[in-house]
Design a protein around this ligand. Structure first.
Ligand SMILES: *Cc1c(COP(=O)(O)O)cnc(C)c1O
Length: 421
């Protein structure tokens, strides 16, 4: 029996403690985040629901990565996972650069003090206004198409500058294995690998400085073997394409895609295995592309497990034998937890009664939000300790794609607070 199970009292088999809950501590029966009991945090937030992000857990995650990855690998934070300014500022101190995907994310990165040379801007459909911002800021523009390259060159010429650009590549290889969506097919993202040589030939004559490549294979991969395969294939591709480049590769972003366990059968990524495999790969890069800064970009892996969404029980009701805990939160704050953020099948995020964190789980309930739609289901038939109005429900693994990836105006309820503690 783990220490946590011992503290939480006897659990039924169906209520086995989710591994995601294990790193979290209780004090006086309550979940603590950043050393503080959740009820104190709720008072500090001034309202419920709220997101709480644990600063120490973010730092621990970065330290863990530094330990596992070769020292020549540069870590970037993909801001879209969690753009809270305080989170960006915290990570800006800890990582080597950031990736942005909009003009406002770019501004947030610069506001946080990130060195513009270590900011990459990827994403299809960059507007002329965004390209102008990026060029003025002196960041690396990751070109998604020939058309975007020409527009960037025209803006640069008008400003009389030569911005740094990298080419985002849509890979041409197929990879078997879980998680990665890398079929070698058509994509809105990047330039098809086979079209890159022609694009590079044209780039050489434009008012642009070629600095490298960006090759992103996909997200939420928990399988170390398939991640390692993808990384190796990406490095191969970059080395092949570099032969056509008008200048040495100085920036090589090989993507990321490190996944986070959300659901009961998910197993945490074997980071040690990924790190092991990266050592020879980093050596290969150092040999073949000696000027390249090798970058791995991570979003959710840095922040998801450090964040908890907390919502208060407003009502407890029984309908034809099923108990519902009705909360003041829901889908409008945390779309992903309701299974509506691109997931195929709805499964429960790890959940607990935060104000009775060490009480035994005794009943099966469904936790719903306050929206008038049946899809506003935060946890379907989960076994929890008895809870009643006033209790706080915690949804874990909520530090990424929560607040900013939810339709917060839907049904015109108040916005959730966010705390970094
Ligand atoms: C979304 C995105 C990321 C971050 O993905 P995570 O799964 O959060 O790590 C990184 N790079 C690019 C290009 C992206 O679009």
């Amino acid at each position: 029996m783990s220490e946590l199970e011992a503290r939480r009292g006897p659990l039924t088999a169906s209520a086995a403690v989710h591994p995601a809950l294990q790193p979290w501590e209780a004090a006086g029966g309550e979940l603590r985040i950043g050393g503080q009991p959740v009820s104190a945090l709720a008072r500090r937030a001034g309202r419920t629901p709220f997101y709480a992000y644990d600063r120490a857990k973010i730092a621990q995650r970065v330290a863990h990565l530094r330990n596992a990855l070769p020292p020549s690998v540069h870590l970037h934070y993909a801001i879209k996972a969690n753009p809270m300014p305080a989170v960006i500022a915290e990570l800006a101190r800890l990582v080597d650069g950031v990736d942005v995907a909009s003009g406002l994310e770019l501004q947030a990165a610069l506001d946080a003090g990130v060195n513009p040379a270590h900011v990459g801007f990827a994403g299809p459909g960059k507007t002329d206004a965004e390209l102008t911002q990026a060029i003025a800021a002196g960041i690396v523009i990751e070109l998604e198409s020939v058309g975007e390259m020409r527009r960037a060159a025209a803006i640069a010429r008008a400003q009389g500058v030569r911005p740094s650009v990298a080419v985002r590549v849509n890979p041409d290889f197929r990879l078997k294995g879980a998680g990665m969506h890398m079929a070698g097919g058509p994509s809105a993202f990047g330039v098809d690998a086979e079209a890159v040589p022609d694009l590079l030939a044209e780039l050489a004559g434009l008012s642009l400085t070629f600095v490298g490549f960006h090759i992103f294979a996909g997200s939420q991969n928990l399988n170390a073997e398939s991640l390692v395969q993808a990384e190796a294939a990406i490095v191969d591709l970059a080395i092949r394409l570099a032969e056509h480049a008008p200048a040495p590769v100085r920036h090589l972003n090989i993507g990321g895609g490190f996944g986070v366990p959300y659901f009961p059968k998910d197993v945490s990524l074997d980071l040690a295995a990924v790190g092991q495999a990266l050592h020879p790969l980093a050596e290969r890069v150092a040999h073949a592309l000696p000027e390249a800064r090798l970058v791995i970009e991570l979003g959710r892996y840095l922040v998801a497990e450090a964040g908890v969404y907390l919502t208060r029980v407003i009502d407890r009701k029984v309908s034809r034998g099923q108990t519902y805990l009705v909360t003041d939160g829901g889908l409008h704050h945390h779309l992903a937890a309701t299974g509506n953020f691109g997931q195929g099948i709805r499964r429960n995020f790890p959940v607990a009664v935060a104000t009775r964190f060490d009480a035994p789980a005794t009943e099966t309930v469904s936790v719903v939000g306050c929206l008038c739609t049946p899809i506003d289901l935060l946890a379907d038939k989960v076994t929890l300790p008895y809870a009643e109005p006033g209790d706080l429900i915690a949804i874990f693994q909520s530090g990424a794609y929560g607040f900013s990836a939810s339709p917060r105006d839907f049904l015109s309820h108040p916005q959730p607070a966010q705390l970094l503690v």
